[in-house]
Design a protein around this ligand. Structure first.
Ligand code: ZN
Length: 494
């Protein structure tokens, strides 16, 4: 029987973020990142990449082990000790011998010592297993390094943003590896990039230009490619290879792979201006929001997105909402474990006045954390767990840690203890808040919120607040990214 090692190591690193990334962040409320039977039970039957790799091994009758399933919310560089722990777990399993290795990785992991976490993991695996086929599933926000391609056999990345094809991507990365073992395919992989840093706010696959680019990738897979991927890249990483790239896998046809790759890269480059986001001043956004009569209206606090390394505790937008007197608002969420504990101590029904949020300083953007004093009633206390309804990460257990709903009378503020981007209706429903009945929903997110909320909302107002996910590249002190790079450098523009 074939023996396969499957594992997950996922982290999107925002090198401008002051949120630390120790091993415990990969444990998500457990003692340690799950492995073996515990990992199987956490992922089997879910819409995750690892869920797909499990199903694939079972379908193909392969014996498999899961040495570690480590996934952490985006934040600052991964602590070396955490990276070593995860790599050691995977390498120890590979050392026992296997016929294939299937990995669900992110592609934008930066550690304290390395710009390319994924490349380093693959380097260590290759030192043990030089010839074993390796299939890798990656996030669309991959900042691709040559080592990732040189040291793996097949790479497939998400084709949706919001990411709702994690499962399909796991399958696209894994199937060609089994076909290779069966003698039915000979994967050939090429890659390339363009010097461009698309703004995250312009990266959604629901809008052009990425919509058309991803549709073309999907079409290429119907026209001979085994896996066609265009990575938009993750710009909040000051590392050499940050930015847009393409990986193309075909069945033995290098010429076709290169042709498809060049077509995608040329098309993306020619549309580089459409990837630039134009920022509205916050006061204008809030004034516009106040005039809207039909809700729910999303007030998008996009500078402070926990799923891009934001501290999720900047109070600029929420403060503006309170000051503007907007009514019937639900806000998701403010990360403030200390405030949660204080409110739990006060108890349900108690009225509290406390400094909320602003616990993290953000030295890279020369901003100190500024709490906002808020008065309200402790409406609800929760353990903060729920399962995603989907389409994003359907069935996965989310764990915000101890959670409180603080009701100011006009605004219901969700205060959480572990980072959680609002990408699913259950983040409100699990706390007894019906988002469809609210005039306004303040969401700390950029694109993923659309997975769960797009069907219920009437309008979106993008609110430029405070945070390390700013779309204003001029406040980010880029030192290491290759230059020139668009739009930091206005290449080929007058
Ligand atoms: Zn992503």
């Amino acid at each position: 029987m074939r023996r396969v090692v499957i594992a997950e190591m996922k982290h999107e690193t925002n090198t401008f973020s002051s949120v630390p990334t120790p091993l415990s962040r990969f444990a998500r409320g457990r003692g340690m990142p799950p492995e073996g039977r515990e990992a199987y039970e956490a992922y089997k039957g879910t819409g995750s990449g690892l869920g797909a790799l499990i199903d694939l091994c079972e379908e193909r009758g392969a014996e498999f082990t899961i040495p570690v399933a480590a996934s952490a919310w985006p934040s600052g560089p991964v602590e070396d000790a955490a990276f070593e722990y995860i790599c050691d777990k995977i390498c120890a399993e590979v050392r026992k011998g296997c016929d294939a290795i299937l990995l669900d990785l992110h592609g934008a992991m930066v550690t304290q010592s390395r710009e390319d976490g994924e490349g380093e993991l693959l380097r260590r695996i290759r030192a043990i297993a030089p010839d074993v086929p390796i299939g890798v599933a990656l996030d669309m926000h991959t900042n691709l390094y040559p080592a990732m391609v040189d040291l793996s056999t097949v790479i497939a990345g998400y084709q949706t943003y919001p990411h709702i094809d994690n499962y399909e991507t796991g399958m696209r990365a894994g199937r060609p590896i089994f076909d290779l073992l069966d003698g039915k395919a000979r994967p050939v992989m090429v890659w390339g990039n363009r010097p461009m840093l698309p703004h995250v706010m312009r990266q959604s696959s629901l809008d052009e230009p990425n919509k058309g680019l991803q549709a073309r990738c999907i079409q290429m897979e119907k026209q001979g490619a085994l896996a066609a991927t265009l990575f938009v890249g993750f710009p909040h990483a000051d590392i050499r290879e940050a930015g847009l790239s393409v990986v193309m896998v075909t069945d033995g046809d290098r010429e076709l792979a290169e042709k498809y790759r060049d077509e995608l890269l040329d098309r993306a480059w020619s549309q580089r201006e459409a990837f630039v986001y134009h920022i509205d001043p916050l006061a204008e956004s809030l004034a516009r929001a106040k005039k809207l009569t039909e809700g729910p209206v999303v007030l998008l606090d996009h500078y402070d997105n926990a799923a891009s390394g934001g501290t999720q505790d900047t109070m600029t937008v929420l403060g503006g909402i309170i000051e503007a007197g907007l009514e019937n608002v639900a806000a998701f969420a403010i990360h403030d474990p200390a405030a949660v504990q204080e409110m739990i101590k006060a108890g349900v029904g108690a009225t509290v006045t406390l400094p909320l949020g602003g616990k993290f300083d953000m030295p890279t953007i020369k901003t100190r954390g500024e709490p906002l004093t808020v008065t309200g009633k402790v409406k609800l206390i929760s353990d903060g767990t729920y399962r995603n309804l989907g389409p994003a990460s359907k069935g996965m257990l989310m764990d915000m840690g101890p959670t409180v709903v603080l009701d100011t009378g006009k605004v219901e503020i969700v205060v959480i203890s572990r980072h959680q981007e609002p990408n699913d209706l259950n983040c409100f429903l699990s706390l007894g808040i019906d988002p469809t009945r609210k005039n306004y929903l303040m969401l700390k997110s950029r694109v993923h919120w659309r997975a769960g909320f797009a069907p219920i909302i009437k309008e979106t107002v993008e609110c430029a607040g405070t945070g390390v996910c700013t779309s204003d590249y001029s406040v980010l002190d880029f030192q290491h990214v290759r230059r020139p790079v668009y739009p930091l450098d206005r290449i080929n523009e007058a």
